[in-house]
Design a protein around this ligand. Sequence first.
Ligand code: 5GP
Ligand code: MG
Length: 180
Amino acid sequence: MEKDILEVLLTEQQIQHRVRELGEILSAEYAGKDPVIVGVLKGVVVFYADMIRQIHVPCQMDFMWLSSYSGTNTTGQMQVKRDVSADIEGRHVLILEDIYDTGTSLDFTYKHLLAKKPASLKICTLLDKPERRKPGITLQPDYVGFTIPNAFVVGYGLDFNEHYRNLPYVGILKPEAYNG
Ligand code: 5GP
Ligand code: MG
């Protein structure tokens, strides 16, 4: 696995440090609000598990699973494959995401959850790639772990063809790895 990584962009230590910082901010923000923390599967799983343990206030866990109608991310037609199980009307909702790239999936998720009339709806993404944002997407994440350059990254939950999710760091994949 490691041999396919061109460069480690964020080390395990850097990520854990930032997750603790975000945890302090989110603990203060959600004190007394019993938020529903919605993770967007599957890429968020590793970040979610670390993040939730740094939020030191009562909260509820929930998950959504999206799929696109066609095979690629770029066509952007999204569908809910698995919806949240909680009734979030009147609740404080925090979306956790792995990466904000073109913005298509988070924009879709945000609108989908907003329609359920939560008391508040905020977004925390581990990674943000602002250079990739699709024109017309104006949604800004409320909390960002790291802003990264326009490169395809894997690890810490992020995959290429379902592999590399279990790397404890975020790295840039070697171009050779795309071609097998
Ligand atoms: P969007 O383009 O809608 O913002 O992001 C859609 C999805 O594409 C993300 O949730 C993530 O699964 C995937 N994605 C975007 N950029 C990257 C990347 O650099 N690496 C990996 N592994 N997945 C990415
Ligand atoms: Mg993905």
